[in-house]
Design a protein. Structure first.
Length: 132
């Protein structure tokens, strides 16, 4: 994983960050830049939002392509998909998508995360599928 300094070299320096829980730092940048969360100084999660149109995974543009096409592709790659309050979790891939299957474009978001980062939240999620 990358350190705060390594991320700053690529994205520029973030704000002073917010220590929202012990050992974690959440760093915000400009509106069209990702939010980066660190655990013990190493990247744990990166969040992107609908206005970052070039975000892609294996050739699928998360915020530009047909949402159902993207969801089916991710489900085929990941296996079981889980959902909670509009968040779709592709835990094996380390991807969570917010409200992308709903017509609320300004709330579409993506998180990519380190293995295990969402494990404490798994009990809130229930299975869902986009393949049928």
């Amino acid at each position: 994983g990358m350190s705060v300094e390594e991320v700053a070299a690529v994205l520029g320096k973030g704000d002073d960050g917010d220590s929202y829980r012990q050992g974690h730092l959440r760093e915000v940048r400009e509106i069209d830049q990702p939010i980066v969360t660190y655990k013990d100084g190493i990247v744990e999660e990166i969040e992107a939002f609908y206005d970052m149109q070039d975000v892609s995974f294996e050739g699928n543009y998360i915020f530009r392509d047909d949402p159902i096409k993207v969801l089916r592709y991710l489900e085929n790659r990941n296996g079981d998909v889980l959902e909670h309050l509009g968040t779709l979790l592709f835990n094996n891939l380390g991807i969570a998508l917010g409200r992308i299957d709903e017509n609320v474009i300004d709330e579409h978001n993506l998180s990519i995360f380190k293995k295990g980062a969402w494990d404490e939240r798994l009990h809130d999620f229930i299975p869902i599928s986009f393949l049928s």
